[in-house]
Design a protein around this ligand. Structure first.
Ligand code: HEC
Length: 173
């Protein structure tokens, strides 16, 4: 019996290590971005250096690569940070302060073209539910930031869902 334990334990241990390497890195808990410091660069930093948006979760009903609509990519993949996903279902249909939604936009060949982001920053734009909008090149160059009329006028159609298009916020995961 003792011998058996000696042989089995190292195997179990190795499996455990392999298993933990397979798991996604944990998304750190961060204080929400504030109006005072918000800009495209700070947001890029938040989603790539302070946390990696590819470790964020996804809506199970909208996970993986999905066909998208113009003006976004032909294909897209949407990530939501824990502040947002842990708040769902949100009975008040409102994403909480600190919520971040990142959308990778791909072309026909599934090559990443741009990254569009919505970040909930308390007090940033009360008329439009305090979303800070941004669009980046895959290398992080800021292509649009702030309250671009284009982003808002289109997403405004989903004002009743806090400007979020892909999934109802009052629906659980
Ligand atoms: C002409 C309409 C239109 C414009 C303009 C637009 N979007 Fe979108 N957006 C959509 C649609 C439709 C979706 C749903 C996913 C899809 O089909 O690509 C979406 C989804 C998103 C999502 C995923 C969360 C959600 O709401 O579903 C983000 C983030 C996003 N857009 C950011 C932006 C940003 C940033 C801009 C401006 C730079 C922008 N969008 C401009 C139509 C638009």
């Amino acid at each position: 019996m003792k011998n058996m334990t000696k042989r089995v334990l190292p195997v179990l241990f190795t499996l455990l290590i392999l298993f933990s390497c397979e798991r996604k890195a944990a998304e750190p808990e961060l204080t929400p971005l504030k109006v005072s410091g918000i800009d495209g660069e700070a947001l890029w930093d938040r989603i790539t250096a302070e946390s990696d948006y590819r470790d964020y979760g996804e809506w199970p009903a909208h996970d993986g690569l999905r066909p998208g609509q113009s003006p976004h990519g032909v294909w897209h993949r949407v990530y939501g940070n824990r502040t947002l996903l842990e708040a769902l279902p949100a009975a008040d249909v409102t994403a909480p302060e600190g919520s971040i939604i990142v959308k990778d936009n791909f072309d026909n060949n599934k090559t990443l073209q741009s990254i569009t982001v919505m970040a909930k920053v308390k007090g940033y734009d009360p008329n439009n539910r305090d979303w800070f909008w941004a669009m980046f090149d895959p290398d992080g160059t800021v292509l649009a930031e702030g309250s671009p009329g284009g982003c808002i006028s289109c997403h405004e159609g989903m004002r009743r869902n806090d400007f979020v298009i892909i999934n109802p916020l009052d629906e659980g995961l």
